[in-house]
Design a protein around this ligand. Structure first.
Ligand SMILES: [Zn+2]
Length: 306
């Protein structure tokens, strides 16, 4: 399996729409999009998304052609001549829709790469807005601007502006000095047999490379070097981006300093190649879903020596 084949499996990295940032402050353009009958709205309710379930069990994401509060819509971008928006549903609307609400990761197998990318963009912005209804500086309500891409405090003495935030998190494969083993850990809440790469949030004032080394040491007790960037994956659950790295261990003794992991161990290449996927039956080694950057990092090493 080539690196390109592995990369194609990653969810949320498609870019089907022109984000058209220059149009966000163009009220006339937004009005035209919202009234020409071609706009499409991707609803988000809390952390979930509505799906229509057919009689045969097939699921398709619910896409609205109009909404009652277009001023609350967040402009995502344009595909061909169709403008796409995200929209938050309130509890009353949620109960009226002919849909079932599911998590995006659960429904990934039935979504095209392009649709999944649009839905993840919608949820990132909708959830950000829902979590910033009040000014973080003075506490007054905020008002959306730039087609939903900024929020301004309504207190004229404050007028603080805030923008969508993305929280960087590192995720890294840690390769044994012999090149033939990889360090994986598991959290207590995971199903039996599931192991994954090491991950954690980047702290303020910290470089990505330092975050990789710190998380490796805190979670596994292993010192690392040769930290190299590999790929990234948006992960707005609710607001992260996963920054994927690989690094080489300079020590091999495992000590779980921070207790975040229930277990952590070295796995050989043969063990990894024979491993299953989370959700498979049985108690043997199970790896993250193929759409995740964790699996991308693991398979990238397993199929091709560092
Ligand atoms: Zn304020």
């Amino acid at each position: 399996m080539t690196p390109d084949d592995l990369l194609k499996r990653l969810a949320f990295i498609a870019a089907p729409h022109e984000r058209s940032a220059e149009l966000r402050g163009d009220d006339a353009a937004m009005d035209a999009f919202l009234t020409n009958g071609k706009a499409r709205f991707l609803p988000v309710w809390r952390q979930k998304h509505p799906f229509q379930i057919g009689d045969d069990g097939t699921a398709t994401p619910l896409i609205l052609h109009r909404v009652t509060t277009p001023g609350d819509a967040v402009f995502l971008g344009v595909v061909s001549d169709t403008a796409w928006f995200g929209i938050a549903l309130d509890d009353a609307v949620e109960q009226e829709l002919p849909a079932e609400f599911r998590s995006l990761t659960e429904m990934l197998p039935v979504l095209s790469a392009d649709t999944a990318a649009l839905m993840v963009h919608a949820r990132a912005l909708v959830i950000w807005r829902a979590n910033h209804r009040f000014c973080g500086r003075c506490g007054a309500p905020t008002r959306a601007m730039d087609a939903g891409h900024s929020l301004t405090c309504t207190n004229p003495d404050c007028a603080h502006r805030s923008f969508p935030r993305t929280d960087p998190a590192i995720i890294t494969s840690i390769i044994h000095p012999d090149g033939e083993q990889i360090l994986l850990g598991r959290q207590q809440s995971w199903p039996p047999g599931v192991y994954s790469t090491i991950a954690g949030f980047v702290e303020p004032g910290e470089s990505l490379e330092a975050a990789v080394a710190r998380e490796a040491l805190e979670e596994t007790g292993v010192h690392v070097s040769d930290v190299r960037y590999v790929a990234s994956q948006p992960w707005p659950f609710p607001s992260s981006i996963m920054l994927g790295f690989t690094c080489r261990a300079t020590t091999t003794t495992i000590h779980r300093h921070d207790g975040e992991l229930e277990d952590c161990r070295w796995f050989t290449r043969a063990q990894v190649l024979a491993g299953g996927t989370r959700g498979d039956p049985g108690g043997d080694l199970k790896l993250s879903h193929p759409f995740s950057i964790s699996r991308y990092l693991i398979d990238g090493w397993a199929h091709k020596p560092l």
